[in-house]
Design a protein around this ligand. Structure first.
Ligand SMILES: [Zn+2]
Length: 376
């Protein structure tokens, strides 16, 4: 019953649903994996940033605003898609009803044709009874035959009444069905047009949002190649990225960092760009990065170079595209840079995990916490 157009619509809704349904699940996985680089660690707590709290203008280029907008848009798309899917189901149900009604209408038409057939025969026979040739017999005085002829005529007249009544009922029923079918068809067409328009609006909004984010990232010094402009750095893709195993994230889900050759998962990269901008304003130069996303292969290479020191391959937050190793002073515990970062990184969703204070001691290792980041 679905027209090619409505079939296309369903496909779009389904595609949007699968994209968005994923967004609501899987948030916990990355969380559970966070800090798994080196097991859990007792030891020191991250110090609260008290000294720098007056610095409320932490996001001069508005990256976090854009990211928040993107997250809100994702939630909106999720809600709208659910509603659309519900309405699509109702529409399908309504189309089925229409099919039933049209089927019934066809039956009614056939009934009417059937009823009309004896009616026309009857009319013919009524005309034939008082035919000139039979009049003599009719009034011949032979009571038997005239009585029979009269009874035939009466019988025929009764039957005619019945046939007319039946035909009227069937006709009324047919008219009612035709009107209902027409109403349903009009309502369904309207629904379909509305669904189309809403999906179009959602698409346009999503496209505009990605465009804005891309522009802001470029302004923040993130060099985007053509491919990542269309497929990467899109915060709406994060849920899909979470489904891939550690160290096997496809390139499309990674977003380049300011500087060369480094990348993180889209949400982490966007927050890092904002953190980097604040760092640059404080120290006059961007952050220095030694390591970011590590593929499984790269994790294995590091592990075999420093067995017992590097994380077990497939366990590192670097493999989730959520961790960076920093240089430029940060790698020195209690340096000005380290202290500044410790006091300010949380505002951008980045933390120095508990374990990195001692076990193993890795002052250079910082991580994006998706839970913290999404609360910004
Ligand atoms: Zn690290």
């Amino acid at each position: 019953m679905a027209s090619p157009r409505s079939a296309g619509l369903i496909a779009v809704v389904m595609a949007m649903t699968s994209l968005v349904v994923g967004a609501s699940s899987g948030q916990g996985e990355a969380q559970a994996a966070a800090g798994a680089e080196r097991g859990s660690a007792a030891g020191r707590q991250v110090r609260e940033p008290g000294d720098d709290s007056k610095d409320s203008k932490t996001d001069p280029i508005g990256l976090n605003d854009l990211r928040r907008e993107a997250q809100k848009a994702t939630a909106d798309i999720e809600a709208a898609t659910k509603a659309l899917v519900g309405r699509q189901k109702a529409l399908d149900e309504s189309q089925k009803q229409l099919a039933t009604k049209l089927g019934a209408l066809q039956v009614a038409n056939q009934e009417l044709a059937k009823v009309r057939q004896p009616l026309s025969e009857l009319v013919q026979s009524l005309y034939q009874v008082p035919a000139a040739t039979d009049l003599a017999t009719f009034f011949s005085g032979k009571e038997q035959s005239s009585l029979r002829a009269m009874s035939d005529a009466t019988h025929l007249a009764e039957k005619r009444q019945l046939v007319f009544a039946d035909s009227g009922k069937v006709y009324e029923e047919r008219e009612r069905l035709a009107a209902e079918a027409q109403e349903l068809r009009a309502a369904n067409l309207l629904q379909e047009a509305q669904l189309n328009a809403e999906i179009d609006t959602l698409r346009k909004r999503s496209r505009k949002l990605v465009k804005n984010l891309t522009a802001a990232l470029q302004k923040a010094g993130v060099r985007l190649n053509k491919q990542s402009r269309t497929t990467g750095c899109d915060p709406t893709q994060i849920a899909t990225a979470e489904k891939f195993p550690n160290g096997l994230l496809p390139k499309a889900f990674l977003c380049p960092l300011p500087g060369k050759g480094h990348q993180l998962r889209a949400d982490a990269a966007i927050s890092f760009a904002a953190l980097n901008e604040a760092y640059r304003r404080r120290f006059g130069k961007p952050m220095c990065i030694t390591s970011s996303y590590r593929s499984l292969g790269a994790q294995q290479a590091v592990y075999y170079q420093r067995p017992g020191l590097a994380a077990i391959p497939g366990k590192s937050n670097h493999g989730l595209g959520l961790a960076v190793d920093l240089c430029g002073g940060v790698e020195v515990f209690r340096s000005v840079q380290f202290n500044w970062l410790e006091a300010n990184s949380k505002k951008y969703g980045f933390i120095h995990p508990d374990w990195a204070y001692s076990s193993p001691f890795e002052p250079w290792h910082w991580e994006y916490d998706p839970k913290l980041g999404s609360a910004l």
